[in-house]
Design a protein around this ligand. Structure first.
Ligand SMILES: Cc1cc2nc3c(=O)[nH]c(=O)nc-3n(C[C@H](O)[C@H](O)[C@H](O)COP(=O)(O)OP(=O)(O)OC[C@H]3O[C@@H](n4cnc5c(N)ncnc54)[C@H](O)[C@@H]3O)c2cc1C
Length: 550
């Protein structure tokens, strides 16, 4: 401590020691969590409940990361990034008592897909109704839909338990891990033959090819295939996208399998509930506290250095941000094995999505179903054909944003009017494709052109849209990087492609939340089981740290 002096103004109550402008805290935390996204908060809450002294450090002025609600325009409160919830693990809701901390999930009913010829496809949670609707397009598909649903449910049942475990590595020599692998193999063998084949096909095929095996109706395949490409830099015809269909099929709301919902108050309410649970467990959360470095000594993490130079001590550090930031920015290359650094450099981020949030004077009128009705309460999916979806990707492949993009629009005010002034609405439009790397120009120059492409596309289906927009917020992948810390704008902190999932996420050999630096752990969406508001990465990492999970 030579050269350090006690800060006269603060030392009496916070024990801080100053060196020039920066300070070194004399407080020793058991764990510092970098980032207060929903996974960082989840990890912190579990550690706090286990009696650990935990500090969460968040770069922004509010908690939540990509799960935040912000008043972007006066009176209009947007789920700025993520907008619907389904994957949040029920055990987290239960164990952390999230409803007691204000979490309420309201059901989102169905998906309405307008078609360019004026027809539509409207799938709702009522299975019989959906079957009748699909039969309007194809009787064969209505039958197949039933079978498809059953097959997906049994595959989801097989995969689901893996969400809550450290993924076993097939190359392991650890007998405990081999046992878990064996248990998984046994469960696979216990599946019906058809499910086993389906699972292997899901792992290898494109979403479009997989769906081609079941259905003949183009619009049905396009709109279902859309969930295979969300957050990936791949098209519906790219091999491997079929698995992502299953990833999005595994959610549930209040025990209802594969249903989606809104958090009352926006997705920020999920993060607030998690922060509430963490604080109740004694966790300290600091916002506007950007971490610049993870401090190490003899190959072991022992604290962090903030961007303002302050140093904080901890027995361990958990990073909930992506591996590029964690390993290439917070550490020196010399802290890590060379081949590991090479693997991290190869980790695929390459964001492909944008978001357009609209404050509306009135509701959009769809040509394919005029008037205000329950069809506006669910998701409105602009995915009229497989060709349309693939064309949208073609442009992105060559560094252009899609002129007619895939859009998933929801109008949360129809379910939760509290997020806009009386009589007004908000529409949240998730958009693909918006490649981070543009072939010409910069995202700062092209942001409004991208916003125009989205509004023009919506106007093809809802001609009144231009007249009812009061304000618009356009988020490009560059904005997602700059404002939300999502490197290259990837919404899942790294692509959800098979080469980056299970025991390969974030990188082969290091998918167990531990890292090559002792006492430095990973706990965000870049770890198994990946992106989406799930909380599973945070819970799994905390359980690993606490020795509650092998
Ligand atoms: C546009 C968009 C739409 C999406 N839609 C959905 C959806 O509808 N449903 C769904 O389930 N999922 C959706 N997702 C994905 C989902 O939101 C994310 O996968 C999830 O929120 C990731 O959570 P996380 O806690 O792992 O990481 P993040 O939310 O990325 O949290 C990381 C935190 O670390 C902070 N941070 C970064 N750098 C530092 C630093 N140096 N020091 C301190 N803090 C730092 C960040 O500010 C952030 O708060 C969407 C994502 C985006 C971007």
């Amino acid at each position: 401590m030579a050269g350090l002096k006690t800060c006269a103004t603060t030392a009496s109550y916070c024990g801080i020691i100053c060196r020039g402008q920066s300070t070194i805290s004399s407080v020793q935390y058991d764990a510092i969590v970098v980032g207060a996204g929903h996974n960082g908060l989840t990890a912190a809450a579990y550690l706090g409940r286990a009696g650990k002294k935990v500090l969460v450090l968040e770069r922004r002025h509010l908690v939540g990361g990509a799960a935040v609600t912000e008043e972007v325009f006066p009176g209009f409160r947007f789920s700025v990034c993520s907008y619907v919830v389904s994957l949040l693990r029920p055990e987290i809701i239960r164990e952390l008592e999230l409803p007691r901390h204000g979490l309420e999930i309201l059901p989102l009913d169905g998906t309405f897909t307008p078609m360019l010829d004026g027809n539509h496809l409207w799938r709702v949670n009522d299975h019989a109704k959906t079957r009748r609707e699909i039969a309007r397009h194809s009787r064969t598909d209505a039958e197949a839909y039933e079978e498809y649903g059953k097959a997906m449910v049994s595959m989801a049942r097989f995969v689901k338990p893996t969400l809550g475990m450290t993924p076993p590595d097939p190359l392991t020599r650890d007998p405990r891990e081999l046992l878990r692998l064996l248990a998984l193999t046994r469960r696979f063998r216990a599946l019906a033959d058809s499910d086993r084949y389906n699972l292997l096909q899901l792992m290898t095929m494109s979403a479009a090819d997989f769906l081609d095996q079941w259905f003949e109706t183009d619009v049905l395949k396009a709109t279902m295939g859309a969930s295979g490409i969300i957050g990936t830099f791949q098209g519906v015809r790219s091999p491997g996208t079929a698995y992502v269909l299953l990833h999005h099929y595994m959610g549930e709301v209040d025990g209802a399998f594969r249903s989606w919902g809104f958090a009352r108050g926006g997705t920020g309410a999920i993060s607030e509930a998690l922060a509430g649970a963490a604080r109740a467990a004694g966790v300290e959360i600091r916002t506007e506290a950007a971490v610049a470095r993870v401090r190490t000594k003899s190959g072991s993490a022992n604290g962090v250095i903030l961007a303002n130079g302050d140093e904080l001590d901890a027995r361990m550090v958990l990073s909930s941000v992506d591996p590029r930031l964690t390993f290439l920015s917070f550490l020196d290359a010399g802290d890590l094995p060379e081949d590991f650094v090479d693997q991290i450099k190869r980790y695929k981020l390459r964001g492909s999505s944008g978001k357009v949030n609209l404050a509306l004077e009135a509701l959009p009128e769809l040509t394919s179903m005029p008037g205000v009705g329950p069809h506006l309460r669910g998701a409105i999916s602009i995915s009229p054909s497989v060709k349309y979806m693939e064309h949208a990707y073609d442009q992105a492949k060559y560094g252009e944003f899609s002129r007619r993009p895939y859009i998933d629009m929801v109008i949360p005010t129809l379910t939760d009017p509290s997020v806009a002034p009386p009589g007004k609405h908000i529409a949240s439009c998730f958009v693909q494709y918006a490649p981070y790397f543009l072939s010409s120009g910069t995202w700062d120059d092209r942001r409004e052109a991208f916003g125009d492409a989205v509004v023009d596309t919506l106007a093809e289906h809802a001609p009144n849209i231009r007249n009812i927009i009061l304000h618009r917020q356009v988020l490009t992948p560059l904005d997602l990087e700059r404002d939300f810390g999502l490197t290259e704008g990837n919404i899942f902190q790294g692509e959800l492609s098979l080469d980056q999932l299970f025991f390969l996420r974030p990188t082969p050999g290091w998918a167990r939340y531990a890292t090559p630096v002792r006492n430095l752990w990973m706990c965000g969406a870049a770890t198994h089981p990946g992106g989406g508001i799930m909380g599973a990465s945070g819970r799994n990492a905390a359980r690993r740290v606490l020795g509650q999970q092998p």
